[in-house]
Write a protein that binds this ligand. Structure first.
Ligand code: ADP
Ligand code: MG
Length: 249
């Protein structure tokens, strides 16, 4: 998918570098994600995938380069970081739900605190999004009463309740028992079909093949190859990509 001339990419990353002390973790990343596009990021552990995602919503501060979200430069020193983060939903491997409140309250509290929504509206949006991930009947449960897959779907619903214009997923199914992975991927598939812009770090090659518009293979802090899933996963051009795929498939 290419960006129409004159239209903004939803995410645009230019010459992105990130170092932790002497350790250069991202070594010049250029990447565009069009509105409504689903990009899967694959690559070995330590290749910089999480750091890349975290630079998009400024959980990490880039050492050099620029990141634009919906045409706004988020790496501009004068940017309102909180306003930028409100536009971006993020889902992590560990679901990070608030353990001491109900599922519904997990969805209403951030809306009320961050978006200043009134209680009735926050509850309405919470229920709408719990229904979307198939968990309407769990509104009054506590996180510990849910399976890992259900907790991750709550985490996705919580991010959606904030009305994000794009979603970042960092290995959302890696902490789940294999039999719970499918329901989470089904929710992500539905989001993709609804036109959500998504960057997904994953080892689920069947998901990448079926849902991703584009797959990006990273190694050593660089993009080694990118293209349609059937090409990158099905017929990789680079030896490093082939080597990685033979180890995980
Ligand atoms: P991936 O998600 O592909 O496994 P990461 O982006 O998590 O890779 O990490 C890339 C490298 O950066 C690793 O070597 C990791 O140890 C290092 N790294 C990540 N975060 C930090 C940090 N906050 N401080 C120092 N080093 C870090
Ligand atoms: Mg990671």
């Amino acid at each position: 998918m290419t960006v129409e001339p004159g239209a903004h990419a939803e995410i645009e990353i230019r010459g992105l570098h990130k170092a932790f002390g002497e350790h250069e973790v991202l070594r010049g990343i250029d990447l565009e994600v069009a509105r409504g596009e689903v990009v899967c990021v694959i690559g070995p552990s330590g290749s910089g995938k999480s750091t890349l995602l975290r630079c998009v919503n400024l959980l990490e501060e880039p050492t050099a380069g620029q990141v634009f979200v919906g045409g706004t430069e988020v790496t501009d020193l004068d940017v309102d970081i909180d306003a930028v983060r409100r536009r971006i939903g993020m889902v992590f491997q560990q679901f990070n739900l608030f353990p001491h409140v109900t599922v519904e309250e997990n969805l209403t509290l951030p809306q009320r605190r961050v978006l200043r929504r009134g209680k009735a509206e926050a509850v309405r949006v919470a229920r709408e999004n719990l229904a979307r991930v198939g968990l309407a009947e769990k509104a009054d449960a506590y996180p510990a009463q849910l399976s890992g897959g259900q907790q991750q779907r709550v985490a996705i619903a919580r991010a959606l309740a904030m009305g994000p214009e794009l979603m970042l997923f960092d290995e959302p199914t890696s902490a789940l028992d294999p039999e719970l992975v499918g329901d989470v991927l089904a929710v992500m598939r539905m989001l993709a079909a609804d036109g959500m812009t998504m960057m997904v770090v994953t080892h689920e090659m069947s998901f990448a093949r079926e849902v991703a518009d584009r797959v990006v293979f990273m190694d050593g802090g660089r993009i080694v190859e990118e293209g349609p899933a059937e090409q990158v996963v099905g017929a990789p051009r680079h030896e490093r990509t082939r080597h990685f795929l033979t180890r995980i498939l």
